[in-house]
Design a protein. Structure first.
Length: 300
């Protein structure tokens, strides 16, 4: 898939920092948890490669219109030498929601300043869709409710009272189904992919609704535990339907290999220094452990 800066090729003053050059960003990760742990149902693995240029097919980013939030927290991390993460689940959800609040408010202020949204309407509802970092699909629902809460509480200048909360609950659920749920198809089938999570959501959204969304502005929220986050936006390109079709996402998913519980258990119980016992692709290599706190690799 491809995303790019939204710039004008006709005016050199509006060119992006890339000065006409093209870049490739690759997000690849494995969300692995131990057998019979709370995180086991959410695990997944995946990679997303993105072409970044000044002539985008899929998404033109709103340059300079983003908000960020970062905090020094120990909610979730993966120490060197460990394949499974160390996580404080409830605390991590709290950190995520604080981060989405801070970064969304930053984006909203800049979007209002650039007249991308109007103050007389609920700001988040003016985005056609919003794609979130998805550790598990219900987290996207929590995040979207939090974004709406930011709008409502900032408009009134006070926390939601019980009556407003009761009115908002069904409205938030309906908004989630329209603005967020279309982006979760791939995430539900693949699971958490950590680094590429937001962009798997974006791919899923365009795979499902690129034709409907062409020319419309969408929001995106990226998050990494520890933590750092960004909320930004962009306009879906007119060529997005044809471009996303070339990715062949249905084919990619159909080529996955289904395994039984016995094989799954064997794989998770295999030490990192041992190969899995399946014939590797020619030229492949694998992680072989850490030596003096450095990751080492060996040919298969």
């Amino acid at each position: 898939m491809a995303v790019a800066e939204r710039t004008s090729r006709s005016s050199p003053r509006t060119r992006g920092a890339g000065a006409g050059r093209v870049g490739i960003a690759v997000c690849s990760d494995i969300a692995r948890y131990g057998l019979n742990t709370a995180g086991e149902p959410t695990q997944g693995a995946g990679a997303v490669a993105m072409l970044i240029s000044e002539s985008p097919d899929l998404l033109a980013l709103d340059i300079g219109v983003s908000g960020s939030c970062s905090m020094d927290v120990h909610d979730f991390w993966r120490p060197l030498g460990r394949r499974e993460a160390v996580v404080d689940g409830h605390y991590s959800i709290q950190c995520y929601l604080e981060a989405v609040s801070g970064s969304y408010r930053g984006w909203r202020a800049r979007a209002l300043g650039r007249d991308l949204i109007r103050s007389e309407e609920l700001p988040s509802e003016q985005l056609a869709r919003i794609a979130y970092h998805v550790p598990f699909c219900k987290m996207a629902k929590k995040a979207h409710a939090q974004v709406r809460r930011c709008d409502l509480e900032d408009r009134s200048g006070k926390p939601l009272d019980a009556a407003t909360e009761a009115e908002e609950t069904p409205r938030a659920a309906a908004s989630f189904e329209t603005q967020v749920a279309p982006s979760l198809g791939l995430s539900a089938r693949v699971g958490n992919v950590y680094t590429g999570s937001l962009y798997l959501s974006l791919a899923g959204l365009l795979h499902k609704e690129a034709t409907l969304l062409a020319g419309k502005r969408i929001g995106l929220f990226s998050y990494g535990s520890g933590c750092v986050s960004e909320f930004f936006s962009g306009v879906v390109g007119q060529r997005a339907p044809a471009a996303i079709a070339k990715a062949g996402l249905d084919r990619v998913l159909s080529e996955r290999e289904r395994i039984g519980i016995e094989e799954y258990t064997r794989i998770l119980e295999t030490p990192p220094e041992r190969p899995l016992g399946t014939p590797p692709a020619q030229g492949a290599f694998r992680y072989a452990g850490t030596v003096d706190f450095r990751r080492t690799y060996t040919g298969c």
